[in-house]
Design a protein around this ligand. Sequence first.
Ligand SMILES: Cc1ncc(COP(=O)(O)O)c(C=O)c1O
Length: 387
Amino acid sequence: MRSRRSTRACAAPSPITVSCLRGNVEPIRLMKPYLDYSDVEQDFRAAFESGIFTRGENVGAFAAELAAYVGARHVFFATSATTALWVCLKLLGVGPGDEIAVSDFSFPATANVVEDLGATPVFVDVDSQTYNMRPEELEAKINARTKAVIFVDALGNPTGLHAIKAICERHGIPLIEDAACAIGSSEDSRKCGSIADLTCFSFHPRKLLSTGEGGAITTDRNDWAEWLRVKLAHGADGSKGLGLDFVDYGYNFRLPELQAIMGRKQLGRLDAVIQRRLAIRDAFATALAPLGLAPQRVAENVLHNVQSLVFRVQDTVDRDRLVQALKGDGIETTLGTYCLSGTTYFRKRYDDVQPVAAALEATTITLPCYDDVPVDRVVDRIARHMN
Ligand SMILES: Cc1ncc(COP(=O)(O)O)c(C=O)c1O
């Protein structure tokens, strides 16, 4: 599986490396939900019997529990991390002429929201081992137009977040943490959601806590919380006559009641889930080291939730072909994540591709990670395809 390095998808894989799924071997998926229907059945029935599907007791309880869990003063829900990020930029008044410095190794939503508001995403390259924004690169890109910084906990890893926060504080620039992948992670014993000025989470099915779709914003700032409270309620504040008093214009990105029930169940078991994922990560890391696959580096003062179990292959390995070969074995894997500055859209628009993020997009692989994942079988197939 050796190749010339290329960032393009490779041509059809060679017949030597791709085998077909034989016999009754069960396919190995990338991720399985940490929630069964039986977990929510009783509370779903109660919601149906009450007829309350929005703004019910579970939404309020989930917000309070999430705030307590991450250690934040305020929690607001959104329909996704994308809408959560977009709302945070609106809150900061981001618009044309502003620059937002963004980690370049992420899902495009991180930069799309900046683009949507007419501001300019300034791509900051990342560390080749932690995959997170490099402080010196950020320093070099901050200028008078920088309105905010969006730090991404790449694949759930907050390594270096406090260092970026210190830079933002020195320059008086708000720090938004794109913690779409990082629920339950922490740095210096402080959970993501309690460190940055604003933090955004995702509850998408690839995340450790999933409500199907959904997201949340956390902040400690009372004035921002006040803005969010009114804006996320269509601009209503209190009542006027028979109806609401619309003191502003606003939005609706609410999380419905059934989704809140799903979220509460998973939040209660999240720490245990993370410990089990760390054990799976360690087992893979030990077994894959002789093959030259390096795990994402996580600093010692960081608890990583292992949202995505990502390794970097050596430059001589054709990662795309490896993924295809594993697919032929019924093992689902995928790339780590994206180099934002290298997507077709952003490359055409800004022509500012960041080299480390581009290399990571081409050389990282996400492996399956869930409780009963057959580590030995996955490692065995990787070894065969690499030899
Ligand atoms: C780092 C990052 N930010 C934002 C998002 C968007 O999240 P959502 O699907 O909840 O909008 C994702 C989704 O994978 C992500 O990984």
